[in-house]
Design a binder for this molecule. Sequence first.
Ligand SMILES: [Zn+2]
Ligand SMILES: [Zn+2]
Length: 308
Amino acid sequence: MGPMEFTGETPSHPHTYRCAGCGGVASWQARLQHVGCVSCGAAVDLPPADARTPVPFPLVPYLRDSPENRRVFTRTRVERPCPTCHATVVYEPGIAGTTCLACGTPLLRPRLESDAPLAPNAVVPFRLSEADARERIRAWSTEVSGGDLGSARMDLGRLRPVYLPYWLFSIYVHCAWRTEVEWTEQDGERRREVRSGVVEGGFEEIEPGASSVPAALLKGLAPLALDTAVPFDPRYLAGATVEQYAVSLWDAWDGTRERFNARIDSALTKDARTWTVPDETWPSWSKEVGTLTLVPLYVGSYRARGQT
Ligand SMILES: [Zn+2]
Ligand SMILES: [Zn+2]
């Protein structure tokens, strides 16, 4: 496939894990940090997971206007038979991973030619089980409402484990600057000074790639525990709903670049000890890299005081 080969590609067939003991379906067990049988709890024998830091991809070749980068892609509804029970499994548009409604087998759908051109290359594994998450929500609801929203009155439905895609961008900036500063001394005399310097360093930004959860809700989620991300591995996805990105690399990069520029401007202003950006700047960006990281989230709704 040449230079555009996917990093951490989703397997081209549904990925399933089964219990060697009882034949039951197996999913990622957050409490145990391994894939285990839903029925008997036995761990599924798998080679050790890659625990290294995810390797980011270089942005420049992926942001080129070439046919294989496909700026436009379609999120398609896909139907496939379940490999366990042969029931029809429906993957709604933009959903890459789900579980069979008939038998509970965790599945990832095959990649299609028309899909978004990049596959996730990093994942933050679930560390909290659904039961633990539920417990925390109960504790939180009691705390914020003084018990008013507590377990007796809060009808908390099932929490769905979901992986949402996030773009992570990082750049290195070297920016020489020069500026003329003028001010009036206490004796009324005008003073003038030429200042110059160099601002240099790495910058990182995060941009949500999902469209299913309102952006305002996503904003409130930080921090995202991205320091616990590992290289993409389908084992972490077993049992969760997995979303493909809806915000393309270009759109994500456009928004991020503006934030990078704002941060560089503020670093320049600070370095120059002025109120405005220096008169002359010579910015040079390098080491532009990105990762497409799947971030774990429990999505649920509850009814309280007659409202959902
Ligand atoms: Zn079992
Ligand atoms: Zn099935």
